[in-house]
Design a protein around this ligand. Sequence first.
Ligand code: FES
Length: 370
Amino acid sequence: MTTQEPEHRPGKGWLAGLATLTDLFAYPLRTSHYVELVNPLWTTHRMHARVVAVWDETRDARTITLKPGANWRLHRPGQHVRVGIPVDGRHYTRTYTISSPPERDDGCFTITVKKIDGGRLSHHIVRHLKVGDYVPVGLPQGDFYLPDASPIQPLFITAGSGITPIMSMLRSLVLQQRLPDTVHIHYAPHEFDTIFGKALRELSAEQCHYRLHEIHTRKQAGNMAYFSREALERFCPGWRERDCYACGPPGLLAVLEETWAEAGLSQRLHIERFRADFAPIPDNAEGGLVRFTQNNIEVNADGQANLLSVAEDAGLNPAHGCRMGICHTCNTTLKSGCVRDLRSGDFINEPGAMVQICVCAAAGDCELDI
Ligand code: FES
């Protein structure tokens, strides 16, 4: 299913000039705040994008085409973007990889979102976001992209929705007519629910430099169904001479890290994670009473739940972005007590220390400046 709508937008120079003058009269707000009421895409104090098309890739994955407003800058293929969505009166933010190439000539970009069980935002995007809706967006971020200068022969290893950053890279390389000798191993449960399955197969048929090995894990029997050293040798005997770019679930990425480390080639493995890599939590890890001082709210938290979700469950709406310890949008001052960094297992107990609440849990009673 797909739906689309046309776009109208005034020139950027015209807006900037007028805004400088009218800001004098709009104080203490800015002209941009009033412009937002007319068209959110014309604002300059924060960025919005309008949904101009939606396309169902599979029964539970949807590509959203977004037309960004003023101040957008082109992404590098492989980068991600923060998207904010109001759901049931609360504002949520998530990070999604851009699946389109920057070479699109309509100024739009796409994100491709898979509905996850229990995921409020992914459910809303896949089922309810519609053409004409406006969503706040951040600028493209991330360092998972191919180098500009040195020609490389990539090996892509992806699984499920981990295909999205690689799809942006492939599309960009094809449009630039510089797709190098590429091997791509992709895992999906079935042929029919492979995100971009048709596009990948067409690419494989059209581009002689692109070799696709598609593995359908629910269909394939034996040890070739999942990643193994044996499968790697079979699909890509020259893997040691290639730079590997991988994106997929944590289990796959862990095995890849092990394989490349054993071969002494860790520097040739480039990984994009959708979730933070957490250290094991000891069985006796204890939580405590968490006090959000600005709001004067206290809640009990266990030693495993990240403090961002603890705050949200308490009805608060702290600033956040990636929810995996990358963007630092959720940084909060620890007023007192102790928290655990779930990635390293380290404790943070210095009053005044900065806490990334999306990747930290209570480790005893604590007070946070929220
Ligand atoms: S939300 Fe990005 S670091 Fe916490």
